[in-house]
Design a binder for this molecule. Structure first.
Ligand SMILES: [Zn+2]
Ligand SMILES: [Zn+2]
Length: 307
């Protein structure tokens, strides 16, 4: 499925088999998760996608010799800049991203730099594993950047939150879910997965929070609390009184991932064990999957199934 012009639907096309360059592997795609970032790419909210582009950066695929590999958002870094050399390859200024700078997994075949591929734990089938590769990974990195909160707030209960809550509960944290006002299904889903409380995001929760993932949350924080903004694209952060930041409250973003995050999270996930809830779509229904995600109609994660 190919994006030719931002703002237009993806087109189903027959493409030539991609040709792996030295260091790259050719994968037969089995499943590819649909991420909110894919929506931002397709809708033209991110500045410079390669065009034409095959989107998708939560890819589970197999090599010709039968190995199963995961391809995440971070597809390549230079390995030489000050960020790469200091363990922060997620911030590399020359980084190339899968399904953005590089063709991704909304396809039957993909090539990927093998050094950035991740091992997929055997405990998961292809569909269930796909959302671990971005929703899970970015959620995990956000949780780490939130510090060591006893009380964690999740704003919005999408693919990432449905995984983060399981990890956070495994670590003994108390989790509060703030959902779109009126979205009772999301609130019920959050409670099912171990949130202690779920309610509308325009109202204060039952307790102060030590950390929250996303910004409207500043008002909900206890002293010293952290707000982590995990989206690659967000609406502007509105002005707020300094008093809300006082007492060492922190607002920060989380960008991309490192291979180390990937290895840590994918070894942790089966031990939690994280269970992903997925809604599967055939590859050729990628536009429908994106539309459902845009309307907030996906419970858990949307995944394209490639036969
Ligand atoms: Zn670099
Ligand atoms: Zn993503």
């Amino acid at each position: 499925m190919v994006l030719h012009t931002v703002g237009e639907p993806l087109r189903l096309e027959e493409l030539a088999e991609p040709d792996p360059q030295p260091g790259q592997v050719l994968l037969r795609v089995a499943a590819c998760g649909v991420c909110r970032t894919d929506l931002h790419v397709v809708d033209g909210e991110l500045p410079r996608p390669k065009l034409p582009l095959v989107p998708g950066h939560q890819i589970v695929g197999r090599t010709d010799d039968g190995r199963r590999l995961g391809v995440p958002w971070l597809g390549w870094t230079d390995g030489t800049c000050r960020y790469c050399l200091s363990g922060r390859e997620n911030l590399c200024e020359a980084a190339r991203f899968t399904g953005y700078d590089l063709d991704g997994g909304y396809a039957e075949r993909v090539v990927a730099d093998e050094r950035y591929c991740l091992p997929v734990p055997d405990d998961y089938d292809d569909l269930q594993a796909a959302p671990l590769l971005c929703a899970g990974l970015i959620g995990y990195r956000s949780l780490r950047l939130a510090g060591d909160p006893e009380r964690l707030g999740l704003y919005g209960f999408g693919a990432s939150a449905h995984i983060v809550v399981q990890v956070a509960r495994h670590e003994g944290r108390r989790v509060f879910a703030f959902v779109r006002p009126g979205d009772d299904a999301a609130a019920a889903f959050a409670l099912e997965l171990g949130c202690e409380w779920a309610g509308p995001s325009d109202e204060p929760g039952p307790e102060e929070l030590d950390a929250a993932i996303v910004p409207a949350a500043l008002r909900a924080l206890a002293r010293g609390g952290v707000v982590v903004c995990a989206g690659i694209h967000m609406s502007d952060v509105p002005g707020f009184p300094y008093e809300l930041l006082w007492h060492e409250r922190v607002v920060r973003s989380v960008a991309n991932l490192t291979r180390r995050d990937g290895e840590e999270f994918l070894s942790l996930a089966p031990r939690v064990p994280v269970r992903t809830e997925v809604e599967a779509f055939p590859l050729e229904q990628a536009n429908e999957a994106l539309a459902r995600l845009r309307r907030g109609e996906i419970r858990g994660a949307a995944v394209l199934r490639v036969d």
